[in-house]
Design a binder for this molecule. Structure first.
Ligand code: 2M8
Length: 413
């Protein structure tokens, strides 16, 4: 739809579906043609959410094909390679076939990504027209989701109930300024190379230690408690509780307890007037406000005064107040802000969508409406780009980006 903005909602919806159809490989959806030719975990969760109302069968297939790459530890890998080649680092770097816990016959990465999957399954369950199909799908996915949630508990490097990411790629916000300090302090960040070399070295460290949670907990130099990763985990714990009682006939209590534990730990460990990432190795918060700091707002149980403080920050000149096309991925007033650099400034459809959900969860209807309208304005004007300049809305990165199309579909309702 580049250069031919869709004039109305129906046309925009058709254009979204056309992108998702074009990016569907027959088993899953690639994030974007060419640049990301495999299956990414977080992207698949967003795609399933977008398809839930329109094609629940394909939404289910999308998630089940991702779950086929799950490791015996319960980890859902951040990339499932359905063929060789086309992306670096690929299977020859990750060497999942040599890892004892990786699935047989499927090449995957050795890292994970934010655990949005239970929430995505919940959305498919809520919105699918075919109720039998939806119930069958939930029951099929359930054991994998339970295993994933158990695995996340082994990532508690800080010992306080939060999951620590062990690589910036696990956050979904690759080059966010929140990782600059912990990365620079780590062994992998000490040489003066570009950030891709540092990221590569850090991934090799994970591989060479067998992707083992005990290594991550005790030795790995990069361990960070990210408010977005953990906010999404909390959201999915709530979804697990609802799926347990509504569909599976399991006890919801352990999931409600997990949500309460994460909520308390987020407030205790990451809150200091705003939410910050915590560098577990250095034992301190990373003092830069990014879009990730709004992750805990996804929790409907977040205390009122915290929601109010976050809303003021979001509406201030640091984020929405000074951006023509919100929401920038980093505080505009921070030294690290860069309007053109991926997760260091541009606005993203995914984080806008998450914030719109969060605002709605707290009854902030006006804020939610503004977020929805400004997000739709971005794609109407710039197309389904990977991200956007927060000041003039210029599209950046890939074109025909799947999660931008999928979440547009959801926002159109
Ligand atoms: C970006 O991450 C990958 C590495 O996983 C990359 O930069 O090559 C991130 O935006 C991530 O959130 C996303 O899942 C992935 C695919 O769209 O691209």
């Amino acid at each position: 739809m580049e250069g031919r903005p869709a004039v109305d909602d129906a046309a925009l919806g058709r254009a979204s579906l056309a992108v998702l159809d074009a990016n569907w490989t027959g088993v899953s959806t690639v994030p974007a043609p060419g640049v990301y030719p495999h299956q990414w975990s977080l992207d698949s969760a967003f795609v399933a959410i977008g398809l839930a109302r329109h094609d629940a069968a394909r939404a289910g297939q999308e998630l089940l094909s991702l779950l086929a790459g799950q490791w015996r530890t319960g980890m859902i890998p951040h990339i499932v390679f359905h063929h060789a080649g086309g992306y670096f680092p690929g299977p020859s770097m990750w060497r999942s076939a040599e890892a004892p816990d990786a699935p047989l016959g499927t090449h995957t990465s050795g890292l994970t990504q934010p655990p949005l999957h239970a929430y995505a399954v919940w959305r498919v369950w809520r919105q699918a027209a075919d109720r039998d199909l939806a119930a069958r799908f939930v029951r099929l996915a359930w054991p994998s989701l339970v295993a994933q949630h158990k695995y996340l508990e082994t990532r508690d490097a800080g010992g306080a109930g939060l999951a620590a990411i062990v690589h910036p790629w696990e956050s979904g916000m690759d080059d966010s300024p929140a990782w600059d300090e912990p990365l620079a302090a780590s062994q992998a960040g000490r040489c003066g190379d570009g950030y891709h070399d540092r990221y590569f070295r850090l991934a090799v460290l994970c591989r060479d230690h067998g992707y083992a949670s005990s290594y991550y907990r005790d030795e790995h130099p990069f361990a960070v408690e990210d408010p977005l990763f953990n906010g999404i985990w909390l959201l999915s714990c709530d979804a697990m509780a609802r799926l347990a009682s509504e569909v599976v006939g399991a006890d919801p209590e352990p999931f409600l307890e997990a949500a309460a534990r994460i909520r308390a730990a987020l407030l205790d460990r990451l809150w200091d007037g705003a939410f910050y990432a915590r560098d577990v190795r250095a034992g301190r918060l990373v003092p830069v406000c990014t879009i990730g700091g709004f992750g805990p707002m996804l929790d409907p149980g977040l205390p009122r005064h915290v929601v109010e403080a976050l809303t003021s920050l979001l509406e201030s000149a640091s984020f929405m107040g000074a951006a023509g096309y919100p929401v920038p991925s980093c505080d505009i007033r921070a030294q690290e802000f860069d309007r053109g650099q991926y997760w260091r400034g541009p606005s993203w459809i995914s984080t806008n969508w998450l914030l719109a959900q969060a605002a709605a969860a707290h009854g902030l209807d006006r804020l939610s409406e503004i977020l929805v309208a400004s997000t739709l304005r971005l794609v109407r004007q710039g197309g389904f780009r990977e991200c956007f300049d927060p000041f003039d809305g210029t599209g950046r990165g890939c074109r025909d980006f799947s999660w931008s199309a999928a979440l547009t579909l959801d926002l159109l309702g």
